[in-house]
Design a protein around this ligand. Structure first.
Ligand code: ACO
Length: 273
C-alpha cells in the first residue's frame, strides 16, 4: 500500500502521510471501519488549494481496505469557504501558482490540473464505501462541491450552501454539477448556480440536498449514528446494492432488472455456494 498506509495507535489508526495531508490542510484518521477526513484550516475557513485536492486524491488511492464509511468534515465555524482566494491574485498560493499562471500555461496543462483536482473528489463515490459530508456553516464553491461529492449530507441548522463560481466568472468544475442536478433537478440547479444564492438548512432538506438537518451541537453525534447504521448491513451486499443504485438512472427497467439478477446471483453464490 502506498504512503497513506494506516498506523496503529491502540485500536485507533492514523495516516502515515500526515505530513502530506497537513500540507493540503487536512487531517486523516482511521478508526476501524470509519475514516474521517477533516479540513483543518479553520482560521482560513478551510479554504482549499491544489494541495488539498492532491492530498484528498492520495487518501482515496491508499484508503485502508477495511474502511466502509468515510466522513468528510470541517474544523471550526465553516465546512469550507471554497477555493483559496489567493488563486485570484497575481502571486497565487506559494508553490501552487495562480489562475494567471494557469492561463499562461496553456489549455492542455490546465485541463490536466483540473482532472488531477477532480480525482480528489471522484473516489468518494466508490461502491465499497459510503461517504458522508458533515456540513456546518458556509459550504461555498469548492466547499459546496466537496459536500456534493459525498453520498450523503448531514447538515447543521446553520448551514449555508453557495455555488459562488458563476459570480466570480468561473464554472463549478470539481465534479459538483452532476450530483447537484441529480439531487435537486435541472431548474433548481440553474436557480442555485446562476444566482450564486445561499441555500439554508430548511431549503436544503426540502429539495433533497441534505438527508438530515440537526442542531449544530448534535452534528458529530448524528454522523456517528448514521455511520453505525450503515455499518450494520453486510459489507458485500452494501457494495453490490450501491453499484445497482448508482447505475439505475442510466439503465432501462429491463436492463436494471438484469443487473439486479446478476448481483443477486453473485450474492447467493457467496453466501450459500
Ligand atoms: N480563501 C482564502 N482565505 C479565506 C477564504 C478563502 N476562500 N475565505 C475566508 N478566508 C480567510 C479570510 O481572509 C480571513 O483571514 P484573516 O483572518 O487572515 O483576515 C479568515 O479566513 C476568516 O474569514 P472571515 O471573512 O473573517 O470569516 P467570516 O466567518 O466572517 O466569513 C465567509 C466567512 C463568508 C466564508 C467569508 O470568509 C467569505 O466570503 N469567503 C470567501 C468565499 C469565496 O468567495 N470563496 C470562493 C468560492 S469559488 C470556488 O470555490 C471555486
Amino acid at each position: 500500500m502506498a504512503e497513506a498506509q494506516a498506523r496503529q495507535h491502540g485500536g485507533h489508526t492514523e495516516d502515515v502521510s500526515a505530513e502530506r495531508s497537513a500540507e493540503g490542510g487536512l487531517r486523516f484518521e482511521v478508526d476501524g471501519e470509519i475514516a474521517t477526513i477533516t479540513l483543518d484550516r479553520p482560521d482560513k475557513r478551510n479554504a482549499q488549494t491544489f494541495a488539498t485536492w492532491s492530498a484528498l486524491a492520495r487518501i482515496g488511492e491508499s484508503l485502508p481496505g477495511q474502511v466502509r464509511v468515510v466522513v468528510v468534515k470541517g474544523e471550526g465555524p465553516s465546512f469550507s469557504a471554497g477555493i483559496d482566494l489567493r488563486m485570484f491574485t497575481p502571486e497565487g498560493v506559494p508553490g501552487q501558482g495562480s489562475f494567471s499562471s494557469a492561463a499562461r500555461s496553456g489549455e492542455a496543462g490546465f485541463e490536466h490540473s483540473i482532472r488531477q483536482a477532480q480525482a480528489g473528489f471522484l473516489w468518494l463515490r466508490r461502491p465499497e464505501i459510503v461517504s458522508i459530508a458533515a456540513v456546518q456553516g458556509h459550504a461555498i464553491g469548492a466547499g459546496f462541491q466537496l459536500a456534493l461529492a459525498c453520498d450523503l449530507r448531514i447538515v447543521a441548522d446553520d448551514v449555508k450552501f453557495c455555488m459562488k463560481e458563476p459570480a466570480l466568472g468561473l464554472v463549478p468544475d470539481l465534479t459538483g454539477t452532476k450530483p447537484l442536478v441529480e439531487l435537486v433537478g435541472l431548474a433548481k440547479a440553474i436557480d442555485i448556480c446562476l444566482t450564486a444564492r445561499v441555500v439554508r438548512a430548511e431549503e436544503a432538506a426540502r429539495i433533497g440536498l441534505a438527508e438530515q438537518v440537526v442542531p449544530l451541537g448534535e452534528l458529530d453525534r448524528a454522523v456517528r449514528d448514521k455511520a453505525a447504521e450503515l455499518l450494520s448491513t453486510n459489507r458485500d451486499a452494501a457494495a453490490a446494492t450501491k453499484r445497482l443504485l448508482q447505475g439505475a438512472r442510466a439503465r432501462t427497467l429491463e436492463e436494471q432488472s438484469v443487473a439486479e439478477g446478476l448481483e443477486q446471483a453473485a450474492r447467493i453464490k457467496a453466501l450459500f455456494g
